[in-house]
Structure formats: structure tokens, C-alpha cells
Design a protein around this ligand. Sequence first.
Ligand code: NAD
Length: 397
Amino acid sequence: MQERKVLKAGLVGSGFSARFHYEALERVYGLDCKVAGVYSPTAENCRRFASERGLEAFDGLDALIEATDVVHICTPPSTHEPVACEALAADRSVIIEKPFTGYFGEGSDSGDFDGRSFDRERGLYGALASIQRIREAERRSRGTVMYAENWVYAPAIQKEREILEKTGAQILWIHGEEAHSGSHSPYYGIWKYSGGGALMGKGVHPLTAALYLKQVEGRARDGVPIRPASVSCRTHFVTGSENYRDAGHLRTGYQDIEDFAGIHVTFEDGMCADVFASELVLGGVHNWLEVCANNHRTLCNINPNTAMQTYNPEESQFNDIYVVEKTGTKQGWAFTSPDEDWFTGYQHEMQAFYQDIASGREPESGSLLGGDTIATVYAGYLSAARGGQEVTVPRVE
Ligand SMILES: NC(=O)c1ccc[n+]([C@@H]2O[C@H](COP(=O)([O-])OP(=O)(O)OC[C@H]3O[C@@H](n4cnc5c(N)ncnc54)[C@H](O)[C@@H]3O)[C@@H](O)[C@H]2O)c1
């Protein structure tokens, strides 16, 4: 009997997303895979991350690529393209965290680049060029690009996929949101690392899910995905406004990004989607997507949802109890999540990616979906700079 190959995973980055990639990998079943090690330039964090989990801490990206089959890119968005292209050139598969890629200014460190004032048309074509470079590297590689947009794999979105496929539904309008009280990463808030603000950091989640479901609809009915055609968008820097009154509950101090965005997408078939993203919402994360179709309506409550609710009369009783992401208080009623990563789709995403790699199947969330998302976002930024005027989404090939 032929022995099954063990797929070796390597984590690039040792921060927040590297942690949940590791935990999701621990839950992959029915396949032979293991985490071989981790690399990040923050050597101390990297060693700690590795030793807490019994992993090897690699001292360079080359060494990690050499020792692994699948490279997980859990690093700031500005680094996604170079890391992905290096791994693909070595015929490795890559799992790229959201957002897929973007525009981060010109040059290696982009000097005094200011995210508030650069030419948005240049940004759109810069982001598009980055998408094409990753897709070209993928075409030349034996590896595959997987775009780690967990919303695609969240059980609620996958159930909606089943409904679309089995009923031949037409989606008329999708609306959705990702919002909370502010992102933790020190790189977030600085455009040259993050490639944008709320739209890029948060909006991509519901936006990708919306683009994905229109792809599913088109494939199911006509064998061809329905793709985004144009956008109108508005962005605001609310916490940076001189009129903002800081009551101390929201993160502030973003350098040069927007903290609110609303984007209206029109698809090739004339149907539409509206996505909101912000850093302005108290009470925990607010992540939902509603699908209004010609034959049904679905509300996907990613987080919070009512799988469990708890009432706690005294804050301190729950000191050691995780309740729900970014909740400001554990006192009173809460949408306590019994298994948040499950509803969020992290383990389903990892299971699907490793099954794809093992079987040679194309991922549901690959470089085309990642590319379409970023082309839509940057067409949105151009629209916002023009006061919300409609802008065509350039076609990713
Ligand atoms: N899917 C989700 O729900 C979700 C949640 C949070 C973050 N993310 C995404 O994950 C990515 C990383 O975010 P994070 O929150 O983990 O950030 P983080 O700041 O917690 O960690 C970033 C890590 O990248 C490392 N790093 C920085 N530059 C590097 C380089 N050039 N090469 C290799 N490593 C480098 C840092 O040392 C650090 O270990 C971002 O793209 C972010 O949008 C996704």
C-alpha cells in the first residue's frame, strides 16, 4: 500500500492570525498534516510562539519554505505578495490571509507615503498589478493560492451556497457588515502596511462573501460565475474628525486610514450588494450578511448569534471566561459564543484547504476571488475620492 504523504505547514508571522491558523490546523481531521514550524522577524515572539507549541522556530523565510509544503501567510497585508511569490516560485502552495493584497505606496518602505492623499487611480492600478503578479506566479508554480477568507467557509455561508445550488435562486440584493470598536494590530491604521482602513481590514469579509455567493449562483445556473461590474463608495475618518467627542470606548489614533466605509456593488447581471465596515460599533463584533433572492431570504449571523446567551449579574465572575469577540463588558446579557471559531469558519476553511491540496481540487476561495475582492475595494477607494461616483471594477484575468 502506498504511504500517504504528510503535508507540512509553515506559519509566517507569530501574531494574532498565526495563533488561530495553528488552532484550526490542530482540528483538521482525516488528512495527514502537521505544523512544521514558524518564522517571523520578531525573533523573540517567534521563539515564544514556537516553544509554547513545540514547533521549530525558523530563522528565515527561505528555511521555512524549504522545510514545508504549505506556507501560511499570517503577516501584514503589505508583505502578502512578496512572501506568496517567493513560496510559489519554490512550488509551494500558499494560504494568504485576508486582505489578499493591495497598494502600499511605492518602494520598499514607502517613505513618507500618506494614505489620505495619494492618487486613488494609481492605487487601483497598483493593487491590480499586485493581484496579477500573484496570479502569474501561481500559473508558473506547481503550488496553488488559497485566499483565507473565513467567511466563505463559515457554516452559515456554506449553507446558503447549498440553497443557491439546489434551488437555482437568483440573488437580487445582498447587504452585510463587519464592524467593531477598533482593530488591535499595531500595523493596522497605517496605510503603507494595511493598504487601507475599515473597507480593507473589515469590509473585505462580507464583500468577499457577497462576491462568492454571486459566483456560486452563476456557476450553478449557467456554469459561469457572476462577477462585480461597478461600485459607488463613501469613506470617512470619524474618530479623526475635529467634531468627534471621544468617550473612551473606541480605539482612536489611526494614522492615515478611514474608519467607516459604505460600498455599493453592481454585478454583471445588474443585481447589487451593499457592504458596511467600521471601527465605530460598540457591543462586540457585528458580522452579518443578508441575502435577498427571488425565491428565499437568508440572514447569516456570523457573530454575534443566538446559539447561546448568558446573563451575568457581576462582571468579576466571568473574569476567566471568554464570552464573545471584542465585547466591552461581560456583565448583563451577552451573546456568549460556545465555539466562536466554529461559527467564524476557521476550522472549516483549513479543512477545505488541506482537502483541496491533498486531492488537487481547486479551492472555493482562490486567487480569482481574492483578486476580485481587492479590485472592488480599490475601485471603491477611487469612487470615494470622487464623492461616490460610479467606477468600473477592472476585470481580473
Ligand atoms: N481572518 C481573520 O479573521 C483575521 C483576523 C485578524 C487578522 N487577519 C489578517 O492576518 C494578517 C496578519 O494580522 P495579525 O492580526 O496576525 O497581525 P499581528 O500584528 O498580530 O502579527 C503580524 C505578524 O507578522 C510578522 N511580520 C511582519 N512583517 C513580516 C515580514 N516581512 N515577513 C514575515 N513576517 C512578518 C510580525 O512579526 C508578526 O508576527 C493580516 O493580513 C490581517 O488582515 C485576519
